[in-house]
Design a protein around this ligand. Sequence first.
Ligand SMILES: [Mg+2]
Length: 297
Amino acid sequence: MTRLRSAALVLALSAALAGCQTVAEAPAAAPAPQPVASEPAVPAHDNLNATAWVQSSVEARMAHRQAWRSAERLLDAAIADASWDALSPTDRIAPVAGLPPAVIVDVDETVLDNSPYQVRLIREDGRFEDATWNAWVDEARATAVAGAPEFAQAAAKRGITMIYLTNREHAKSAVTRRNLEAVGFPPAAESQFLGLGVETPGCVPKGSDKGCRRQFVAQRYRVLMQFGDQLGDFVSVSDNALEARATQLQGFDAWVGQRWFMLANPSYGSWESALYGNDRSLSRDAQRAAKRAALRD
Ligand SMILES: [Mg+2]
């Protein structure tokens, strides 16, 4: 046996013995459980992730900017094409010929970011209520949705009227226009604000549906583009059930990203209430159960 082989044999034997020794040893006793200082449970809230995304993610800012910037790049083409109009045939109740150009924008989560209101609901474990919402609106401290003021300035420069068609109460016109101006939007006249409850002669609105107000605009403007965070910002939704909502887009798909621009809002909306049959009187547990039942594997 060479000296090298002897050394290898000694090493192998040592390793084997070490292995035997390890196996032979009694397993170390598990450490005795230590008392843990009780920590308060972190409250759960269904809107936590969505609100965190809207408020803190660069992804949200990019998504919103890309919608507004894409639209801005199309403005000149939209103005130049006299037949370019973004209202559905139902809402286009007057011919576009000769009408001045406008764009229709929703307000909440389209041009103004109300995520601090959602934060209040999360912290207080609350739900949307008109009183707390209107108090928030009166504070006039919503921030701008990324990219929206720049678009509004570009539209104003081209002589395009911005129509704020919103389900904020019409009485909130002044405070909302003040809030918009404070965060970089061009000053807006009272006539540019069409809130919930505004008079629309010849048309009686159904609840918060925006159809009458779109038709009011149709008689005064050629609408180059519409912007919103809800399907109902573009068309009247007569049946807010999941399948019926999907059919509303039929015939308009080519307009998405061209005449219609959707801003991402994962926090709330008719997409959510559609999941629990639009029954806001249901408990949160019942709403959550319905949402879980709608998930697909
Ligand atoms: Mg909205």
